[in-house]
Ligand binder design. Structure first.
Ligand code: BG6
Length: 492
């Protein structure tokens, strides 16, 4: 995004990228299968990969062929379109695998072989799709294997599990790598719709003048999921909804929604403004939070019988600066909920006085809203009161909506991980989180982490424990929507 041309993808496509050896740590894991391997295939198809080799790395005893088969079945299950056999064969030839139980020398030698196959002095892109507890071990291994020079390193969240561990991890990372080499990925920032928040706010004169406490009543960032922990209990038990989703994705998106206009569309300028939002956040205490656990979670394989891990969290937080003082931000996310959605909803204040008589419908359908749908095919809606056609003066909620499908370029959308892998290869930090901001987020979370409120049960397929309503009363959660989005269905 430091490229200032509106035809971003087209410009990027011709920007020369140096050859890369991509080393995928956690190559047999869920994320690699769902997103990373299919993403690398799609970037190749889209002509956005440089000359490359991919080395899969994990503790599983695979060889090159079985890794290629794994990549193929990941594409068959999660890929977006068919790949002709010859194209697949050309892709698969670039894949090799290293079993990390065989030690650092094996890692160095397998990556060295990929480098030699490319020739010259390619760059490395190390993608650490590993749990926080394993991140420092991998970085140590990279150092010992001599794979740190000319490397860019993508690190997956959560970046630590509390302030102390985040600080320790950052210190460890920075003792081995320059901050410039590190890309802390938060895939919500790679979503087209998240970037559209920046476009909408800062490319128009229409919204920014009302984007403040004088006109905005509250903001909701709501990401319910219908998924359960889907075989990730080992990871999820130690993480929970707050660490998995809030301290990462929801807060990062909150920063885009709340930040001051950056001086430039550039990593430092955007990072500074996001950090200022995080610095202005008031600490989150147990009284601001409702934690929930769906009935049946404790019977999932790998989950403790007395697990206290939350699969749902709803909270209220405040950004104590001139723009937002007193405006609540309500965040919610959870597993096995009634619907899957990812919305940011800005609720505007109601007019101070109304000439419309009782019974006209004014105010009856809640406040005016600007809603961003962060689904893959992003959408935007502005709802307001208007007159119902016909005699008399009946007011109804109407809306202006825009869907990405209406843009001719919608076929060119990159999935969030693809976009961010590409940006990391370009060395562009704009859409990545930084160490300072992350530490501050753990700092504001410390009270909650130290004294978490008890987890309340909720029925799978519901919207969460009843207590969540008390957090924002007399306002109400925006979801479920009373009215459907217009236009084609999207991959929510
Ligand atoms: C991941 C979380 O980071 O984001 C998952 O670990 C969650 O638990 C996922 O399901 C949601 O991402 P998306 O892009 O599918 O909304």
């Amino acid at each position: 995004m430091s490229r200032n041309d509106p035809d971003d993808v087209a410009v990027s496509a011709i920007a020369p990228l140096e050859p890369y050896v991509v080393v995928l740590f956690g190559a047999t894991g869920d994320l690699a299968r769902r997103k990373l391997l299919p993403g690398l295939v799609h970037l190749t198809q889209a002509g956005l990969m440089p000359d490359f080799r991919i080395v899969g790395a994990s503790l599983d005893p695979l060889d090159d062929d079985s890794f290629r088969n794994l990549a193929r079945s990941a594409w068959d299950e999660f890929g977006r379109r068919p790949v002709p056999d010859d194209e697949w064969a050309a892709f698969a030839r670039r894949l090799t695998y290293v079993d990390l139980t065989k030690g650092t020398e094996e890692l160095a030698s397998r990556v060295g072989a990929a480098r030699d196959a490319l020739g010259g002095t390619p760059r490395y892109l190390h993608y650490l799709s590993v749990p926080p507890s394993a991140a420092s071990t991998v970085i140590d291994q990279l150092w010992s294997a001599g794979l740190v020079g000319r490397a860019r390193v993508i690190m997956e969240k959560p970046f630590g599990t509390d302030l102390a561990s985040a600080r320790a991890l950052n210190a460890m990372v920075q003792s081995v790598l320059d901050e410039e080499q590190v890309f802390r990925i938060d895939h919500f920032l790679g979503k087209e719709a998240a970037q559209n928040i920046l476009a909408l706010r800062f490319a128009n004169g229409l919204f920014e003048p009302i984007w403040n406490r004088n006109n905005i009543d509250h903001v909701q960032i709501d990401v319910p999921e219908t998924l359960s922990v889907e075989g990730r209990a080992g990871f999820y038990e130690a993480t929970g909804a707050y660490r998995d989703m809030v301290v990462t994705h929801l807060f990062q998106v909150l920063a885009f929604t709340a930040m001051e206009p950056p001086t430039a569309l550039a990593p430092d300028a955007i990072g500074e403004e996001k950090d200022k939002v995080f610095r202005s956040m008031l600490p989150i205490g147990p009284g601001d939070v409702v934690r929930g656990q769906y009935d049946g979670y404790r019977s999932e394989p790998g989950v403790a019988d007395d697990s206290n891990t939350e699969t749902f969290v709803a909270l209220r937080c405040f950004i104590d600066n001139w723009r937002w003082s007193g405006v609540p931000f309500y965040l919610r996310t959870g597993k096995r909920m009634a619907e899957g959605a990812r919305i940011i909803s800005i609720a505007f204040k109601e007019p101070p006085r109304s000439m419309f008589p009782a019974g006209s419908g004014v105010g009856q359908f809640g406040p005016d809203h600007l809603t961003f749908d962060l689904a893959e095919a992003s959408r935007l809606s502005l709802s307001f009161y208007g007159k119902r056609p016909g005699p008399g003066m009946r007011l109804v909620k109407q809306s202006l909506q825009f869907s990405l499908y209406e843009d001719q370029a919608h076929e060119e959308v990159l999935e969030a991980y693809e976009r961010l892998i590409y940006d990391a290869m370009m060395g562009d930090h704009t859409l990545f989180a930084n160490a300072k901001g992350i530490e501050r987020l753990w700092e504001v979370s410390q009270g909650l982490i130290e004294e978490p409120p008890e987890v309340l049960p909720y029925a799978p397929g519901s919207w969460g424990p009843r207590a969540m309503h008390g957090l924002l009363a007399p306002a109400t959660w925006r979801l479920p929507f009373e009215r459907r989005w217009r236009g084609p269905a999207t991959g929510a």
